[in-house]
Design a protein. Structure first.
Length: 251
């Protein structure tokens, strides 16, 4: 495990309105390949983050508990127990954004990862530039969600038996709570802001993931599938070649 500090600063406005810097952000890199772990850590340090590393599942959970990171970069294949189990245990302690890494380009793996609380997914090999961009984007989304939840103008949206509570970040279907990951909640909220309107994958990437390019359209599709499993497939309409829309009861 390593601790490092840097003078590089990347600022963002936090929920209290205080200007935050990347140097105040903690990222735990969980990767058993030392070469990859060192490369990721070096890039994130250059971006101004504090970094710890862990090389196996038990060490990752222990470090997450002791150090309280703001984000995890988490490999799926780990000694001890895998990244999916690490994600389950860490999320049970305290919700934290998770960017999962895998060597397998399998949609089933992606859906399982999203189901245990991962927010984003990258398949090896990947560029360090893109990884850093996704880390920044995930942290910006967390800050925006915190601000939105504290805004007095936000309330509960109702679409038939589907209720979306922005203040508590809770979703109910037929009065029963539905557990959504932070990304799934943000995706559903984005669709609910303009019900029945079709939003392209590129629009969703920009609004939910804060990405400026279209490199993650498969990520959108995977999250839509996971969301449909939880709230009902019929509630989200696919417009082939375009994007997705939230279906609402006829008025």
């Amino acid at each position: 495990m390593e601790n490092t500090q840097t003078s590089t600063t990347h600022s963002a406005t936090g929920a209290t309105g205080v200007q935050l810097t990347s140097a105040q952000r903690r990222v735990l890199v969980v990767e058993d390949d030392p070469t990859i772990a060192d490369a990721i850590s070096a890039r994130l340090r250059a971006e101004g983050f504090q970094v710890h590393t862990a090389g196996d599942g038990p060490a990752a959970v222990e470090t997450a508990y002791a150090w309280q990171p703001d984000l995890l970069v988490l490999d799926v294949m780990l000694p001890g127990y895998d990244g999916l189990e690490v994600c389950r245990q860490v999320q049970a302690q305290r919700p934290v954004p998770v960017l999962m890494l895998t060597a397998r380009n399998d949609e089933t793996d992606m859906l399982v990862g999203l189901g245990v609380g991962a927010d984003d997914y990258m398949t090896k090999p990947f560029s360090m530039r893109e990884l850093a961009a996704r880390v920044h984007a995930l942290l910006r989304r967390v800050e925006r969600a915190t601000v939105a939840a504290r805004s007095p103008r936000n309330g509960t949206l109702h679409f038939g038996d589907l209720a979306i509570d922005h203040v508590q970040r809770r979703v109910r279907v037929n009065g029963a709570d539905v557990h959504l990951t932070p990304t799934e909640f943000d995706l559903l909220t984005c669709l609910a802001q303009t019900p029945r309107a079709v939003l392209s994958r590129e629009q969703l990437l920009a609004e939910v993931w804060d990405w400026a390019d279209a490199s993650g359209t498969r990520t959108v599709d995977s999250h839509i599938k996971a969301l449909r499993r939880k709230i009902g497939a019929e509630r989200i309409r696919t417009v082939h070649g375009v994007g997705y829309a939230l279906e609402t009861p006829a008025s």
